[in-house]
Design a protein around this ligand. Structure first.
Ligand SMILES: [Ca+2]
Ligand SMILES: [Ca+2]
Length: 221
């Protein structure tokens, strides 16, 4: 899976304005309260058969049902993480891909993941991926086996295993601090995130991965 190359090819191929963004204390990526916005592009054309808006009580959420698939959706944004250092979202895993281990090519699947794209260069793509892992422990730091130097995709495991399966879990991370840590930077004056990628991934294990997502936004605090 040449995830990074596909990702950047998509970024280059789409040229849209930046809709649904509220500047202020928060930069809203998506609350999924309307039909899936055309600002999300799929890796393959059938992405809408995997990533769908579902209604839950009086709220709408993004639901992903992935069967032996490495399809993902990507949205172009433009956020300075010095100004908006926190990425917030909530998610809920229903089915974890059996044996999933995002540090190996053979088992590189996750129930849920959100990635930020730091560099949209086709030659030097860089991203950080936050995962709900089947087998890696919470707070594990690893990297994608598909990102070949000088491109890179660092991975931080946010949730692990089935302990919280079926429950909504809120995440709030300081991505500026993660960027500094992964790239060994002391002072950063400005750093843009160019896209968000959502991926519920099941192709390498040839199993099923199911998860929900909601309320993705950047914040100042
Ligand atoms: Ca919602
Ligand atoms: Ca995979």
């Amino acid at each position: 899976m040449k995830f990074i190359l596909y990702m950047t090819t998509l970024l280059i191929s789409i040229n849209i304005s930046h809709p649904n963004t509220n500047y202020g204390d928060q930069y809203i990526v998506d609350q999924f309260n309307e039909p899936l916005s055309t600002s999300w592009k799929g890796r393959y054309d059938d992405y809408e058969s995997i990533y769908k808006i579902n209604t839950e009580e009086d709220n709408q959420i993004l639901s992903a049902y992935s069967t032996d698939s490495d399809n993902f959706i990507i949205k172009q944004i433009e956020v300075d993480i010095v100004e908006y250092p926190y990425l917030n979202w909530r998610w809920r895993a229903h089915t974890l891909p059996v044996g999933g281990d995002e540090s190996t090519k053979e088992k590189c699947d996750v129930s849920a993941s959100i990635s930020i794209v730091l560099n949209k260069s086709r030659l030097l793509p860089k991203s950080i991926k936050y995962s709900w892992s089947t087998t890696l422990e919470e707070n594990n730091i690893t990297e994608s086996p598909f990102a070949i130097w000088p491109s890179r995709c660092d991975i931080r495991v946010m949730e692990s295993g089935e302990e919280n399966k079926g429950k909504w879990v809120n995440e709030k991370i300081n991505i500026l601090e993660d960027y500094k840590r992964f790239y060994n930077k002391k002072n950063v004056n400005s750093k843009s995130v160019h896209a968000i990628v959502i991926m519920t991934d099941s192709d390498n294990t040839s199993t099923i991965a199911v998860a929900d997502y909601d309320d993705i936004y950047f914040s100042k605090n």
